[in-house]
Design a protein around this ligand. Structure first.
Ligand code: FMN
Length: 215
């Protein structure tokens, strides 16, 4: 499975089978995390046993009440931390999708129970639930290309291919509050239109765009 196929088949999954992740797959996830932590200067951590990470009342209300495993998304506090978490975390999400597992980015979780290690100056930004889903989720309702693009109206294929993949990106509460601007010199800008976790969203959207553009 390549990144495009992983993007097309990925949907948020909130109901998981109790099955644990096999040791060989857990090892692959940890290897990938090492690679991404180096590339993104992050401290992503795979907690094989998610324990009571999703025991908050709001979790039940949102439908994600438990998961077998979880990724704690941690990094040194700084201006672009959230965006880097989105950009590199989504690469991990797509890698995990290719292993036949499911995921759900989750901003609502119990920060104490996740059991992440935080060094001086680090921040726990968000979690990603991981496990074998009882289902594979469903495609989200999406904005159109016209609704999320700005700038030059004569859009080349590489640009629309990027935008199509960006529209398949997970965003907090499916807000899709971003715009992708094509400038006259063909440079591309990503515009954050606000909302909860919008900076994480932009990082995720950027990675999806790059995958589509390189197609
Ligand atoms: C930054 C971020 C935070 C999210 N937080 C939660 C959450 O707390 N609880 C939850 O059930 N889903 C959460 N989601 C999942 C979104 O609701 C989901 O990605 C969106 O509805 C689009 O659906 P899809 O992922 O199936 O494409 C979050 C997604 C992102 C990107």
């Amino acid at each position: 499975m390549n990144d495009i196929e992983a993007i097309r088949s990925r949907h948020s999954v909130r109901n998981y089978k109790p099955d644990r992740i096999e040791p060989d797959k857990a090892a692959l996830i940890n290897e990938k995390i090492d690679e991404l932590n180096k590339a993104g200067n992050l401290h992503l951590q795979f907690m094989e046993d998610a324990g009571n990470t999703y025991n908050r009342l709001l979790n039940k209300a949102m439908g994600l009440g438990s998961a077998p495993s979880v990724i704690a998304c941690v990094g040194k506090e700084g201006e672009d931390l959230e965006e880097r978490i989105g950009y590199y975390g989504e690469q991990l999400v797509l890698f995990i999708q290719k292993l036949g597992l499911n995921t759900c980015w989750a901003g609502t979780f119990n920060k104490k129970n996740i059991g992440a290690d935080l060094y001086d100056g680090e921040k726990l930004v968000i979690s990603i639930a991981v496990g074998y889903g009882k289902d594979h989720g469903v495609p989200h309702k999406s904005k159109t290309i016209e609704q999320v693009t700005e700038g030059k109206s004569d859009m080349p294929d590489w640009f629309t291919n990027g935008v199509k993949m960006a529209l398949l990106a997970p965003t907090a509460i499916n807000q899709q509050k971003f715009a992708i601007r094509l400038n006259d010199d063909d440079s591309v800008e990503f515009i954050n239109k606000g909302g909860p976790y919008a900076k994480v969203d932009i990082g995720i959207v950027k990675y999806h765009f790059e995958v589509g553009r390189a197609q």
